[in-house]
Structure formats: C-alpha cells, structure tokens
Design a protein around this ligand. Structure first.
Ligand code: NDP
Length: 684
C-alpha cells in the first residue's frame, strides 16, 4: 500500500509548508489506523494569496486559451500515467476500485474534456467575444460589443471530502482556462489523496508557477485576504455555506461565492411503467447504484425514490433484493461492492439522519446498527449497511434531512388520481436539487414531468429502454453539462463546458467606433476600415494576412439562364425559381428569384483566386443570411474581408474567418455570412 507522509503539507508560494502545531489525526476509513496528520497552523495566508495574484495569475494570463488548453491536456496525460498510485491511496478513504474511478478517472477525464473544449470552442486569444456587435446609431459609427476578460484575481476552491481528486480538477480546469490561479482547499478527511495528486502536479512542472497552491487543514484566514476580483467555489454542507455567505469578504468586498451544498435528489418512476417493463429494472438498478457507489456519499445520490402507489411494494422488494447482493467491506477485496464511509464521524452523522427519517418512515431494508463486512472490522472501519426506508403519507423529513451515506427513502404518489403532478410536487419539496431522474417510456409523461422538474433542478435524466445502454447514469456530473442546482442545492453552477470558464471571467459591454472595436477585440467589426493593398488576400499566408485585408470583387449580372441552369443542374426546382406565375404570387418575391445558394456560389466564383496557394480549404460558412432577393438582371459583387485569424498551435495552418458581404447594383445587401477557411502559416 502506498504510504502517505506523516503530516500533510500545504503548497504555498512555491514551497511545501508543514503546519506548526503537530496537526489533527486523519484516520483510515477502513482500518481506523492513523493515515496522517493535517494542519494549516502557522500558514501565511496573505503570502498565499499574494503569490497567486502576483506570480500565478500573470503567468496564466499571458498564455492564450489554446496554450492553457494544451497544458491541461499535458497534465491529464501525466496524471493518467500515475493512476495506480492514486488508486492505492484512495483505498484508504474507503473507496472501492469503482469509486476511485469515478473520482480519479472522472477528474482526469474532466481535464481532457476542458482541454479539448478550450481548443475547439475558445479563440487562440486571451479574450472572448460574447455575441455580435450591437449597432447603436443609424450611421454605423457607434457600436457596442460584449467581451469577456480574465480577472486579475484568485480562484479559491473549497472542496468536500467525498471527491478528493474530481472535486479539485473539475474546479481547477475551468478556472485555469479562464486565466485564474487556483488555491485548492480539500476536505481534511481525505486531503491526503488530494495532496498526493498535487505533489505530482507540482513535480511535473506542467502548470506555470503560482497557478496552483494547496491548503491542507483549516481555511484559517484565507477569506480575509480576498477582494473584489476573487472568487470562492465551495462544495460541502449547507451549514458551512451559510457561514461563507455571511463572511465580510462576500458581504462587503464583492468576493463571488459559488455554492454546491446539500441536495435531496430524487428519481421518479413514471405511472406507465409496470414490473414487467425494462424501465422497472432500470429504475431499481439506478437507485441501488446511487445508494452504493461511494457508499452513497455523493452530492448527486438519489435520496428520494418517488414511485406510483400501486407499484410501491414491488419497487421496495426489488430494491431490497438487489441490495442484498451488495457485499460491504475492505475496498481492496475484489468481491466487495461497497466500501466504508469516509470517517466514523460521518457514520455517526448518517445514523443520526436515519433516526430523524424514522420519525415519518419505516426501515424496509438494512440495519443502521449492524452490517456484515468482508475483510475488515465493522466497528473500527466506518462501515454501514445500505438502508432503505419507506415514508408514511405526508412525511416531511425525507424532504429535509440529507443522510450523506447509503440511504434512500421511498415515497409514493398518485394514490388519488394517478396524476404525475403529485410526483413533481414531491420533488419540489426538496427545495431545489442538483439532479432528478425520471424513468418512463411515455413521451407525454416525460414532457409533463420534465417541464415541472426543470425549475427545481440543475440536471434531469430521462431514462428508458432507448437510451439506457448509452446513459451515463443519474449520479455522474459531466464536464459538458451543468452541475449545480437552485435553492437548497446552493444556487451555484459548475461545469457545463465553456459556460464554467465564462463564469470566472468579467463580461463588459464596450462601446465605440468600428475601428476602435476592431483594435480592442482583434476581430474585424462591421464598418471598420478595409485594407485594399492590391494583393489578393488568397495569395497571402496566415503570417502575412492582417485583420481588415479585403478583396472587392468585380461584378456579375445574374441572368434567367443562370437561374434555369442552376435549377436544372441541382434539381432545386422550387417554384420561386422556376414558375413565374406562382413566384409572382409569393409575398416576398413577386416573381422569379435566384436561389440563395446560387448567389453564394456566384459570390465564391467572384472572390476566389483559383491558383494553388496558401488557402487550403473552405470548411464552412457561419451566420448565412439572404437579405434581398436577387432577380434576373440584378448585378452582384462581393466584399471579402479578413475578420479573424486563429493559428493552430499543433499544425502548420490556421483558421481564417472572412466577412463576406454580397451587394446588388443599388448597394443593397443581398447576403452576408462568414466564410471559414484553412490557410497555411507560410507561403507555399
Ligand atoms: P463541510 O461543509 O464541513 O466541509 C466542506 C469543506 O469546507 C471542507 O473543505 C471543510 O474543511 C471546509 N470548511 C469547513 N468550515 C469552513 C469554514 N468555516 N471556512 C472555510 N472552509 C470551511 O462539509 P463536509 O465535507 O465535512 O461534509 C459534511 C456534510 O456536507 C456531509 O455530511 C453532507 O451532508 C454535506 N456534503 C454535501 C455535499 C454536496 O455536494 N451536496 C458534498 C459533501 C458533503 P475541513 O474539512 O478542513 O473542515
């Protein structure tokens, strides 16, 4: 078994720091032996924050999004090669191999996902534009453009004990992409696994100095050091969340606080499902998985099992039968399906929560006081049997008490009229949750329930026989989907792809002339100066092209023969292009018009420079709009202007976005769009 240092250290301003008071013992969840000690006593929190602000932040912000994404990928690959070490340490938290995969592989997978999204969805720049420029004056000389910039602040990430790796990496990745240095403060109970991973990250030298620091032990006066450009992302109990919400840094100094706290998630069985349907098994399996993975210590676990009254007995029996096959014990033992809770203290908390639930519910499976375990001592380790309860009608406690362990309560709906509305109302009594599942094969039920549940949840899983094989399950937050929920769940929002990056950045509306906006954004803004230097821009390499480089084409008159030919050649004989009488009756055209795609094709014929050169390919168009119909006899021409240049760091070419504007003989805009091409970095 991999050893952990006798006392955990924090990583502060480029050095490892050991708390000066000997620390508090942290016990092995399985054996009860001391794993290590933890303390942040004597840590210089001011130096920690100053280092992040003055060293880490500038180092990250001088990189483009693509460069940051490249480092995240490198880090993911590096950590992936060390997984076995992390698994070995993870065993001591009570985690089985499957639990560790959720935490460790899940965390590394999140890094990969953000690395890929950062490259594909963010520009190779340090700012992000939000939407198109808004014209603010009739003459086109005054516009507004929203843009996101990195804050010169610090991202403090306070994590719960249950996901020592994923919890860190899922917060670190978007913050890093956003240009922020992170200060990570793991839950003390499992901080030894986080510390193990951070040591490897620091030793790898992949992340810029100061961009990641670690606090093992109490957060001390960390928040006192924070100010208006800083943020705190917190995962943990509602109690601690309330303390943080009232901290002067949050109340008076504008520190942004994101909270992911308690959540009484539910799974609802649709009224259409019978015990013979595949959805019945999917439902039961989902509940048992959520009760037992990480021994139910997941913020997304199903706490409330909401089922139609007539089928409740069958559901209880089926869940009980499956739970009886769950072997509890030493997670290192291959036969064990559920390990220990993170600590004896947590077990006490869960037992107390079960007692509270028993006020309005009966235990129908499991005994909170006793569990048979494999390969361990049931009392020295923090073991607990899965416990299923069944609530009495009108029960309040299941909607209030969060048993943070392998515990769920069955509630029933529809005893009166079979209405699913009652199920929605029960779900809403949780006062806002991270996730809900609905298991149904009835599209009408799905529509009604999903629309009712959505305002109360951050994520919904609609499960049936059609998506089950590919479903990622109820309890798995995914990097590309929002994680967080309203109300009791904390009101925070993490992940969700690039959304989470933008949450960390400042959105500003910048007003000015087109030329000023072009200079500020580095992206050509409609109405700015166009540069005509006599060289066709298709003859210029990526290195030679400049924002604003333009080709004004010759003009071409569109004939009826062109339209007929295009209709016949492509098979697009829509009446507006082929039937004069019917076209005359069309409210928009009043006669034969050219196909929009003919206009775009003729435009390409006007602007391309045909010989081999730096332009390698046309990979699409964006935002295509046909604004004025083109009739036979109209004369069109094109303005094509370099709008954005995005060199790819891993290729000898990059992307060029061109503004294409097609106008007619009266200078009316006929079509506008962005042409997307790949252009070689050097002239060939
Ligand atoms: P806590 O809220 O006690 O701790 C969460 C994190 O906050 C830990 O890193 C903790 O540090 C830190 N912390 C505690 N007090 C402060 C403070 N005053 N200022 C700054 N940071 C602080 O939750 P736990 O992790 O101990 O879990 C307790 C309960 O929280 C669980 O039983 C469960 O009900 C709930 N929980 C909910 C989760 C969710 O996502 N919904 C996830 C995990 C837990 P330290 O560990 O050093 O005390």
């Amino acid at each position: 078994m991999r050893t952990v240092s006798t006392q955990l250290e924090s990583y502060v301003a480029g050095s490892w720091f050991r708390g000066t008071d000997g620390g508090e013992p942290v016990l092995d969840a399985v054996t009860g032996d001391e794993v290590t000690r933890v303390s942040s006593h004597g840590l210089d929190f001011a130096a920690l924050v100053t280092h992040a602000r003055e060293v880490g932040g500038p180092a990250v912000r001088q990189l483009t999004f693509h460069e940051r994404a490249t480092l995240l990928k490198e880090l993911a690959l590096h950590l992936g090669g060390l997984k076995d070490d992390f698994y070995a340490v993870s065993l001591r938290t009570g985690a089985t191999r499957r639990d560790s995969m959720v935490d460790i592989d899940g965390g590394i997978g999140t890094l990969f996902s953000y690395a890929s999204k950062g490259k594909r969805e963010l520009p190779n720049d340090t700012i992000v534009l939000d939407g198109a420029a808004e014209p603010l004056g009739k003459g086109g000389t005054f516009l507004g453009q929203h843009l996101y910039t990195s804050r010169p602040g610090v991202a403090v990430q306070i994590n719960a004990f249950n996901f020592p790796v994923w919890g860190m990496l899922e917060k670190l990745a978007p913050a890093f992409l956003a240009g922020l240095p992170s200060i990570v403060k793991p839950g003390s109970q499992t901080a030894y696994l986080t510390e193990t991973v951070v040591r490897q990250i620091i030793a790898s030298g992949i992340l810029p100095a100061g961009s990641l620091q670690l606090v093992c032990g109490s957060a001390g006066t960390l928040l006192d050091e924070l100010g208006e450009q800083d943020s705190v992302a917190f995962t943990g109990s509602a109690h601690t969340a309330a303390i943080l919400r009232e901290h002067p840094a949050v109340l008076h100094r504008g520190v942004r606080l994101g909270v992911e706290a308690d959540s009484l998630n539910c799974s609802i069985l649709g009224p259409d499902v019978t015990a013979a349907d595949p959805e019945f098994d999917l439902f039961v399996k989902g509940v048992v998985t959520e009760m037992t993975v990480k021994a139910g210590q997941k913020c997304t676990a199903i706490r409330r099992v909401i089922v139609p009254e007539p089928i409740a007995d069958a559901v209880v029996d089926a869940i009980g039968a499956r739970l009886s096959r769950i072997t509890v014990g030493d997670p290192a033992d291959q036969s064990v399906r559920m390990g220990a809770l993170a600590s004896l203290g947590q077990r006490d908390e869960v037992r107390k929560a079960i007692e509270a639930l028993r006020t309005s519910a009966e235990i129908v499976y499991g005994d909170p006081a006793h569990v048979d375990v494999v390969g361990a001592d049931a009392e020295r380790g923090a073991f607990l049997s899965p416990v299923l309860l069944r609530a009495r009608p009108g029960a309040a406690e299941p909607h209030e008490v969060e048993p943070f362990g392998p515990v769920s309560t069955v509630l029933t709906y529809g005893s009166v009229d079979g209405s699913v509305q009652e199920a929605v109302e029960l779900a809403a009594r949780g006062k806002g949750s991270l996730v809900a599942s609905l298991v149904t094969h009835d599209a009408q039920v799905a529509r009604e329930v999903a629309r009712g549940l959505a305002p109360w949840h951050g994520r919904l899983l609609i499960l049936d026989r059609d998506d089950a094989a590919e479903s990622t399950g109820h309890g798995s937050p995914l990097p590309m989907l929002v994680h967080g929920g309203p109300g009791r769940a904390g009101g925070g929002e993490e992940l969700g792809g690039i959304r989470a990056v933008l949450h960390h950045m400042q959105r500003t509306a910048v007003q000015g002339s087109p030329d000023m906006l072009t200079a500020i954004t580095g992206r050509w803004t409609t109405g700015s100066r166009r540069v005509l230097d006599g060289v066709h821009p298709f003859r210029k390499s990526l290195a030679e092209l400049r924002i604003g480089d333009t080709i004004e084409t010759a003009s071409r008159t569109v004939t009826l023969d062109d339209i007929d030919h295009f209709a016949e050649f492509t098979g697009d004989t829509f009446y507006a292009h082929t039937d004069p009488e019917a076209a005359a009756a069309n409210p928009f055209f009043g006669g034969i018009v050219a196909h929009g795609y003919l206009v775009v094709s003729l435009a390409a014929g006007l602007f391309v420079d045909p010989d081999p050169g730096p332009v390698l390919a046309n990979f699409g168009v964006d935002h295509l709009r046909f604004l004025t119909p083109v009739k036979a006899g109209d004369t069109i021409r094109v303005s094509l202007t370099v709008k954005q240049l995005t060199p790819r760091s891993s290729a000898d070419y990059g992307e060029v976005r061109w503004d294409a504007t097609v106008t007619n003989q009266d200078d009316e805009q006929v079509a506008t769009y962005d042409v997307l091409t790949l252009v070689a970095k050097d002239r060939r």
